[in-house]
Design a protein around this ligand. Structure first.
Ligand SMILES: Nc1ncnc2c1ncn2[C@@H]1O[C@H](COP(=O)(O)OP(=O)(O)OP(=O)(O)O)[C@@H](O)[C@H]1O
Ligand SMILES: [Mg+2]
Length: 254
């Protein structure tokens, strides 16, 4: 494993958004290396370039200048089709707001990426059930998103991102819509995926206590990396959960 290339290498990445009125320099020279197996949180003020960075990491957008090497592959020099193939094999995405299809069961939502890959129906079902069971939703397979809690919907989104077994999971504000308890439940799941399966995780958050769960915190400011700090003692989300007041305590006063 020593010779394995970093999963992400950014060399002086810049991104300009050109609109009629102005050119926004969203990334102004970001150089960053993320090794396989890391759990990285990206923080920073609104507009500092976090989502822009995630979109480039995820090959959904390309840099204006600079070099991006994903798992040893120079994705900048590839065609759109080749980048889509690389993306489909290496990356799972979890977006803010879940992006689940309504009126579609958890199982069908999770099967979808496998449909795109041409995996047969029975294999698809088997893997989707496994993925949902792994996030603790084995008993909610046939529920539609509106029949699930926010945290459960987010777990379906994670199951969907993981069903293709990508080595890299990208999550942009995965706890943005969730209360504290549910946020730590999602983080507990991500920490276990990282520790037990070695999945590399890059997560954007604006919450300090969520960022503290990561082993490394990269702070963005005005399109640049302002700080890049190793967190020697990440918060154990399972422990943080156990230390929260019991759920019955909420609103149960009087
Ligand atoms: N498609 C676009 N066209 C023009 N400007 C854009 C576009 N997307 C983002 N920007 C600008 O680029 C800058 C960085 O945006 P980005 O979405 O990366 O910020 P962010 O750090 O994710 O913020 P937030 O915390 O609010 O999600 C902002 O100033 C934004 O207005
Ligand atoms: Mg954003």
């Amino acid at each position: 494993m020593k010779d394995a290339p970093p999963i992400i290498e950014f060399d002086d990445i810049q991104k300009d958004y050109v609109t009629e009125a102005v050119v926004v320099r969203a990334l102004r020279g970001v150089s960053l290396t993320i090794e396989k197996g890391e759990f990285v949180a990206i923080i920073g003020q609104s507009g500092s370039g976090k989502s822009t960075m995630m979109n480039i990491i995820g090959c959904l957008d390309r840099p204006t200048r600079g070099k991006y090497i994903l798992d040893g592959i120079d994705v900048g020099s590839r065609s759109n089709d080749a980048r889509a193939i690389v993306r489909n094999h290496l990356i799972g995405f979890v977006f803010q707001g879940f992006n689940l299809l309504p009126r579609t069961t958890a199982l069908e939502n999770v099967e979808l990426p496998l449909v795109y890959r041409g995996v047969g129906a029975s294999e698809r079902r088997k893997r989707a059930v496994e993925s949902l069971s792994a996030v603790g939703l084995g008993t909610r397979l046939h529920h539609t998103p509106n029949q699930l809690s926010g945290g459960q919907q987010q777990r379906v989104a994670i199951a969907r991102a993981l069903v293709t077994q990508p080595p890299l999971l990208l999550a942009d504000e995965p706890t943005g819509n969730l209360d504290t308890r549910t946020s730590f439940e999602v983080l507990d799941l991500l920490q276990r995926l990282n520790r037990e399966q070695g999945i590399t995780i890059v997560l954007v958050t604006h919450e300090r206590d969520i960022a503290d769960c990561a082993g490394r915190v990269v702070e963005m400011r005005d399109g640049k990396v302002r700080r890049d700090i190793v967190n020697e003692k990440p918060t154990d989300a399972a422990r943080a959960l156990a230390e929260l007041p019991a759920q019955e305590d909420y609103g149960a006063a009087s």
